[in-house]
Design a protein around this ligand. Structure first.
Ligand SMILES: Nc1ncnc2c1ncn2[C@@H]1O[C@H](COP(=O)(O)OP(=O)(O)OP(=O)(O)O)[C@@H](O)[C@H]1O
Ligand SMILES: [Mg+2]
Length: 277
């Protein structure tokens, strides 16, 4: 299985409020549909919530969870906004020939103190097996400790990415950048402590920005890439096993980096309701 995440910073204006960027959604949908049409039947798409998620979490005061009636209204409002963005993404994919089906994390995921505790991955697997392109997204999710909490697309990627062939995170930068703005080509356990100082939290991002993203990827024993979605040809190159400008994250060294894209490769059956580690 391959996991592709399109960042909310790509498809929305994160400095705005519920502000989509339709031409970017269209460009990305074209690129993803083209990968799907080339035979990637074991592809799961995840997209960020951008200004349909982070801005509403801040507006409704949901950063510490959901306790009162006003916050419950806020939770519902934020979830509805995330679904609205996902509907735009899915409609663009369908228009470009990919049978995309949006699966709302608020329905299939439960959190326990901010982390995924239950995930009905069977539905994702069923859609894959039936030849659809499942689409998940950053969303609100019920939390048994906090009442409710944002579940980032990055956390969903990290959960689904265990055992995947690779994970590709497409965002609005060329990769992880050092202080001089140069792309750091490789992150692994050995250089992570040194690189960690470059990872900043991002304004308008309640789930940790680049720091949160790399933290999720380092906890995964799966090859992953950070790529600029403004250059869809780079996404395509990685899916075709060709080199592209990006940051490669290889937590446990090269043993997890040898896999290449095989169109139509057999699908891994996803584990169901795996408790969070
Ligand atoms: N060292 C770094 N290298 C590159 N980007 C960094 C770095 N530190 C912080 N950032 C910021 O991280 C941002 C990307 O993270 P962010 O979580 O906003 O993206 P996203 O995944 O596209 O959005 P979303 O979380 O809504 O899906 C970049 O726009 C950049 O401003
Ligand atoms: Mg983020």
């Amino acid at each position: 299985m391959k996991i592709l995440k399109i960042g909310g910073s790509v498809i929305t204006d994160k400095s705005g409020y519920r502000k989509a960027i339709p031409e970017r959604i269209e460009k990305i949908a074209k690129a993803v549909a083209s990968i799907w049409k080339k035979g990637a039947r074991d592809l799961v798409l995840v997209h960020g919530a951008g200004s349909f998620g982070h801005a509403l979490v801040i507006k409704h005061g949901l950063k510490d969870g959901v306790k009162n009636t006003a916050q419950k209204l806020g939770y519902a409002d934020a979830h509805a906004a995330c679904c609205e963005l996902s509907s735009m993404v899915v409609c663009a994919l369908i228009a470009n020939g990919a049978p995309a089906v949006s699966i709302p994390p608020a329905i299939v995921i439960s959190l326990k103190d901010k982390r995924i505790y239950r995930f009905d991955t069977k539905i994702v697997n069923d859609y894959l097996q039936s030849g659809y392109l499942p689409v998940l997204f950053g969303d609100m999710a019920p939390d048994s400790v906090l009442g409710g909490y944002p579940c980032s697309g990055d956390q969903i990627v990290a959960y689904l990415g265990k055992g995947a062939d690779f994970v590709l995170l497409a965002t609005n930068v060329d990769g992880v950048l050092d202080d001089a703005g140069k792309v750091i080509p490789l992150i692994c356990r050995e250089n992570f402590p040194e690189i960690s100082k470059h990872l900043k939290e991002t304004p308008n991002d309640v789930t940790g920005g680049m720091r949160g993203k790399i933290g999720e990827l380092m906890a995964l024993d799966t090859l992953s890439y950070i790529v600029n979605a403004g250059h869809p040809e780079r996404i395509d190159a990685i899916f075709s096993g060709k080199p592209a400008l990006c940051t490669k994250v290889v937590p446990n060294g090269e043993k997890s980096s040898g896999r290449t894209f095989m169109p139509g490769a057999s699908m891994r059956i996803l584990r169901q309701s795996r408790p969070a580690e």
